[in-house]
Design a binder for this molecule. Sequence first.
Ligand SMILES: NC(=O)c1ccc[n+]([C@@H]2O[C@H](COP(=O)([O-])OP(=O)(O)OC[C@H]3O[C@@H](n4cnc5c(N)ncnc54)[C@H](O)[C@@H]3O)[C@@H](O)[C@H]2O)c1
Length: 289
Amino acid sequence: MATEKFRGKTAVVTGGASGVGRCLCELFARSGMHVIMADIEAAALEAAGAALKEQGLSVEWVQADVTSPESMENLEARSREIFGNIHVLCNNAGVGIKEAQRRIWTLTPKDWEWGFSVNVMGIANGIRAFVPGMLAHGEAGHVVNTSSTNGGLYSMPTTPIYSASKAAVTSMTEVLYSQFKMEGAALQAHVLFPGPHLVNTNILSSMRNRPERLRDDNEPVAYTSMADLAKASGIANMKLTEPEEVAETCLAGMCAGQFWILPPSKSNDKQLGERTESILRRRNPVLQG
Ligand SMILES: NC(=O)c1ccc[n+]([C@@H]2O[C@H](COP(=O)([O-])OP(=O)(O)OC[C@H]3O[C@@H](n4cnc5c(N)ncnc54)[C@H](O)[C@@H]3O)[C@@H](O)[C@H]2O)c1
């Protein structure tokens, strides 16, 4: 089995307490890896970690805030202390900003700061903290950055900050991929696009982790759960992807050495195709629905 090559290796996953991150931790551990689960949310992290440990899986957890370079340096040092060399880093933590349906010019500097500090700087801090050690030990390894088709492939007009932040994630990962090649490194970079549909996680209640100093108004959040979103969209049986499926797609993509870990989807291909065509033909953008 292709996943055999991961047996006995060590993975660190940020945003590991919930959703896609939690499922990545479980699948990696079931594939015989040692896993460090990292998250800002201490209680959820401990609960998720303890639940996996009870099943006899090799997991530990370390509270970490991806927006803080020092916290990520501490995560790297603790991870090495616990399990030794790190082979897989999943920069997965991300937030949805309370921006659904808002115009870009109404969003505040604190909205931008929070969105970019987690979704973009979180990845930069992860790369900076872990990659030097992963290069130095010289063993094969993987860095997986979680983007989104929204922004990472084409820009939805409904979520301005999220979309811009995920465009940055795709670009940073392309650069990382090329620079690993330029170095002749035993590392590969991958960009993960959870889907093909909206993924059934807690991302719409991301406000739970927004720091006090970056809160600035009482504007209500449009939706806090996928059920709210389905109701607001008027789609009774909105198709969702379960996070377990995203984890399977991710591990299969890593095994196959795919840079673009992008599940098949006709509608994504159509939107990406329209965007690419509009650029190549110097046409104005098509409004993405
Ligand atoms: N849910 C979707 O439909 C979807 C679609 C595309 C991409 N994504 C991306 O998938 C990734 C995982 O999100 P999810 O959907 O599983 O959401 P989720 O809210 O269930 O999980 C995100 C985790 O990140 C943690 N986190 C938030 N801020 C943090 C910080 N500063 N430091 C450390 N951890 C922090 C949260 O506590 C949470 O446990 C994100 O990058 C998200 O943008 C999600």
